[in-house]
Every structure is written in structure tokens, then in C-alpha cells.
Design a protein around this ligand. Structure first.
Ligand code: SAH
Length: 213
């Protein structure tokens, strides 16, 4: 578990790449520059950790592309102390980025293997999420709601109602919506019943699976 000078250099190059691709939020860029992504990946992919690409992790899942992580995080507009719910903990990389931003992070994963691995791993790097949950992200986390922000890191065939309901007024839901291809969608809660909706182009994620799968 080493983070060397070389890794830091590669990470700075990665930050520059995602900056050229359009990420502007300095706090997000700093967070990407701080999280040792190579440690979140299986050993076979270590050499690729600082390419701007998604890679396989355990249980047929992927660690998202750094640009995508940065893009979603920028849309979430995280402020220090914000209560954030993540759906799809996976490797914990996005969780770590949110911790770097000073968020109180709650995260749900439905693959037991990944959940166990990540709940052990994150504290070793000093990342302390408020709560990592083994469960179904479609339901959100009603016992901890409302949230300042909710980020879904798998492709959702539809927008789960519980996630909208668990936002504070002014809160933001960032969710890739679609089956084969997803449209990055931002919902901002205006009041009890009203949500503003914005769309931000196409991305590809592994699917957000329902219970029956
Ligand atoms: N945020 C992760 C991305 C992992 S890919 C990272 O930074 O590495 C998406 C993750 O969503 C996978 O780990 C997958 O198992 C999980 N997932 C899929 N359907 C889910 C559901 N219904 N509830 C919670 N997690 C789910």
C-alpha cells in the first residue's frame, strides 16, 4: 500500500487531463489529485490507474473513469459538512473523493463481496465514511434522510422515487438514467413537490440492479 512520488506525479497529469476535458471546480480537482486511485484497483491494473479510463474491480463491477467521477462530483456541488448519499460503493474510490471534500458520506452497495472488501479498505487509507451499508440502493437510506446530495454511480433504468424523496429542499440528485446508454441527469429539489431537472450528455455505467437480479 504505497503512494510514491511517481504515483503523485502521474496523478497530477491525470488532474491536468480532466481539467482539459472541462472540470473546473478546484476542490474536485484537488480531491482527485489527493486520492491514491492505484490502491483501489486490482494489482493487474496498477499500471493503468492514472489513465482516464474505467477498469474492472471485483464482482464484475468497475471503478468509474476519473473524468466521470469528477463530472458527477462537480454537479453534486458538495460543501464541507454536507450529508451525501452514494449508491454503488464499489471500490470506494468515489466515496474517498467525497470524504476529501469534507462530506459526511453514507454509501450503499448490493454486492456483498465488494461491500466487505471496501468497508475494510477505506479506513486503512484514513477515509471514514459515516456509514457503509450492504443493501439495495433503489430504496435509499430513509433512516438517515434527508440528504444535501445523492449520487448514483450505476446506470439507473428509471429514477427511483425514494431518492427524490430523501433530498433536502435545495438538495441535488446526480443520476445517470438509461439502459444501454445513460443521460447524466441532475435534479434539484425546489420544494416538497417540485424538482428542477437538467441533462448533461451521455455516459456508460454498469447497471443499477434491482433486487430480483
Ligand atoms: N462508485 C464506485 C463505482 C462502482 S460501479 C467506485 O468508485 O468504484 C457501480 C456499483 O454499483 C457496483 O459496485 C455495483 O455492485 C453497485 N450496484 C448496482 N446495483 C446496486 C443497487 N441496487 N444498490 C446498491 N449498489 C448497486
Amino acid at each position: 500500500m504505497k503512494d510514491t512520488f511517481k504515483h503523485k506525479g502521474l496523478r497530477q497529469q491525470l488532474v491536468n487531463i480532466i481539467k482539459t476535458k472541462g472540470i473546473q471546480d478546484e476542490n474536485v480537482l484537488k480531491a482527485i489529485g489527493n486520492v491514491p486511485r492505484h490502491l483501489f484497483m486490482d494489482s493487474g491494473f496498477l499500471d493503468h490507474a492514472y489513465q482516464d479510463k474505467a477498469f474492472p474491480i471485483a464482482a464484475d463491477q468497475t471503478i468509474s473513469q476519473p473524468y466521470t467521477v469528477a463530472f458527477q462530483t462537480e454537479l453534486l456541488n458538495v460543501k464541507k459538512g454536507d450529508k451525501i448519499l452514494e449508491i454503488g460503493t464499489g471500490s470506494g474510490y468515489q466515496t474517498a473523493v467525497l470524504c476529501e471534500l469534507g462530506a459526511k458520506v453514507f454509501s450503499i452497495e448490493r454486492q456483498l463481496e465488494l461491500f466487505k472488501k471496501t468497508i475494510n479498505f477505506l479506513p486503512k487509507l484514513g477515509y471514514r465514511a459515516k456509514k457503509l451499508v450492504f443493501g439495495d440502493g433503489y430504496k435509499g437510506l430513509p433512516e438517515e434522510a434527508p440528504f444535501d446530495g445523492i449520487i448514483v454511480t450505476a446506470g439507473a433504468p428509471f429514477v427511483p422515487k425514494p431518492l427524490l424523496n430523501q433530498l433536502k429542499i435545495g438538495g441535488r440528485l446526480v443520476i445517470p438514467v438509461g439502459n444501454d446508454v445513460q443521460v447524466m441527469t441532475l435534479f434539484i429539489r425546489k420544494d416538497e413537490k417540485e424538482f428542477e431537472q437538467h441533462e448533461f450528455g451521455e455516459f456508460r455505467f454498469v447497471p443499477l440492479l434491482e433486487d430480483k437480479n
